[in-house]
Design a protein around this ligand. Structure first.
Ligand code: AMO
Length: 431
């Protein structure tokens, strides 16, 4: 083996007792160096784990001079170890520093010295070397695959709709606008709402996993100005059927995380959560329960943060709130035929946290136009959207699930910024 070849033969996690006597090459970052005179114990971490290397002779000086967290490649023979934490170790024959790390680094990527989240986010790439943080992003990736598989297996096709758009998708509030080639105003999509509905004219069942952009002037642990959502839309399904789909997706991700990703959940410090049947409360039931708890709300009031916290303590874990007053819901939501004050809509909650919202949509273009006007929106600015409703629009329903918030729940994180690589909020636009 020659060291100027950068290829590894094994990841740190793969160096085990089956390799005793064999020569291997590992590459990673120096985590610790323990100098005991004629030799040094060097621990090397890569993306999979950590291994111990014994460095002696001519390599000793190289190892001792290398700043921690420098990248090294090591060729060594696997041998049994007397160390408590390592059943085997590498006896290095070659030890080369590939790139030196700055000393001191802005944060300690081992996590032994804790840094405030802002400091960590300023050095996010380095923060990912911390096994707890890396585990969160492995789970994030695994969750997306579970959701894609779950929806694909139910006949949904994945679509990608534009994020640069010509008019608001969720009404005018919270919209990022910018000049488009000096010719007109353009916006960043608040959601794929209008497009996913238009697709019902041809594609029947669609899902999209993509960014939402919202100029939210909120300084909370659950709001970002760019976040990821899983959106679905399905023709000829009513809202209770798509609640079933959402329930299935959430249950699948919880179960698969616990079945297949326990080590990552443990590394992330997540507590076990369970989902059996998700309770479905109507908005009016919630008002009654809240009144009994001394929290008096009138019909038509939104459920405040404190009301949701109370509901969360009455229904710990996941629960739906359905049949919201129509006037609290966006223009595209369908009313309830049996009670015109109400809508065929729902939110999925986890304790106080809203994870998803959705409902049956208005598919009748005449009703849609009058709802737009009722909500003070100009139907003329929705012309491109409305025309699809004249081409034979089937009845349809859908939801949008805030993926970052779901991950907060699954990993036990209290701040949405922990589960987003490079969060964007009112104060943070870099790195
Ligand atoms: P809504 O506006 O409720 O619905 O958004 C869907 C879900 O997105 C998450 N979310 C957020 N996550 C992080 N930061 C934010 N600022 C933020 N705002 C919302 C929440 C929320 O439940 N078009 C509809 C969906 C539909 O009906 O299909 C919509 O946009 O978890």
């Amino acid at each position: 083996m020659v060291l100027n070849d950068i290829k590894r033969t094994h990841y740190a996690r793969q160096v085990d007792s089956t390799l005793i006597g064999q020569q291997v090459r590992v590459g990673g970052w120096i985590e610790d160096i323990r100098d005991i005179g004629k030799l040094a114990f060097v621990t090397i971490r890569d993306a999979t784990g950590i291994c111990q290397v014994i460095v002696t002779g001519g390599n000793l000086q190289t190892a001792l001079q290398a700043p921690r967290q420098s990248v090294v490649t090591v060729i060594g023979t696997v041998q049994e170890s007397k160390a408590r934490d390592f059943p085997v170790e590498l006896k290095a024959s070659e030890f080369a520093v590939v790139t030196e790390a700055l000393h001191p680094l802005p944060i300690d990527p081992t996590g032994r010295v804790e840094s405030a989240i802002d400091k960590r986010l300023d050095a996010r790439a380095l923060d990912l070397r911390n096994p707890r943080v890396a585990a969160i992003f492995r789970l994030r990736s695994a969750g997306l695959k579970i959701i894609r598989d779950a929806l694909s297996s139910q006949g949904f096709i994945e679509v990608n709709t534009p994020k640069i758009i010509g008019s608001a998708s969720e009404g005018g509030a919270n919209l990022f606008g910018f000049e488009y080639f000096g010719k007109r105003k353009a916006y960043l999509a608040q959601s794929p709402q209008l497009y996913k509905e238009q697709l019902m004219v041809g594609l029947d069942k669609v899902f999209e996993i993509g960014p939402y952009f919202r100029a939210e002037n909120s300084h909370t642990v659950r709001h970002l100005s760019e976040f990821t959502s899983v959106d679905i839309e399905a023709a000829f399904l009513d809202y209770e059927e798509i609640m079933d789909i959402l329930e299935k997706v959430v249950r699948k991700i919880v179960i698969e995380f616990h079945e297949k990703f326990k080590p990552d959940l443990q590394a992330a410090g997540a507590k076990e959560i369970s989902v059996t049947k998700i309770d479905r409360l109507t908005y009016e039931q919630c008002l009654e329960e809240l009144a009994k708890e001394g929290e008096k709300l009138e019909f038509g009031d939104d459920l405040s943060d404190s009301a949701l916290r109370r509901l969360g303590s009455l229904h710990p874990g996941f629960y739906f709130v359905m049949d919201w007053p129509l006037k609290l819901k966006p223009f595209y939501i369908h009313g309830k035929e049996e009670d015109l004050r109400l809508s065929k809509s729902f939110d999925l909650q986890y304790n106080y946290l809203e994870l998803a919202s959705g409902g049956r949509r208005l598919h009748d273009p005449v009703k849609l136009r009058s709802r737009l006007a009722e909500q003070g929106l100009n139907p003329a600015t929705f012309q491109d959207h409305l025309k699809a409703f004249d081409w034979g629009m089937p009845p349809h329903s859908g939801w949008g699930l805030g993926y970052d918030r779901l991950l907060m729940v699954l990993t036990g994180e209290q701040n949405v910024r922990e589960v987003v690589l490079y969060p964007r909020d009112t104060d943070r636009l870099t790195p």
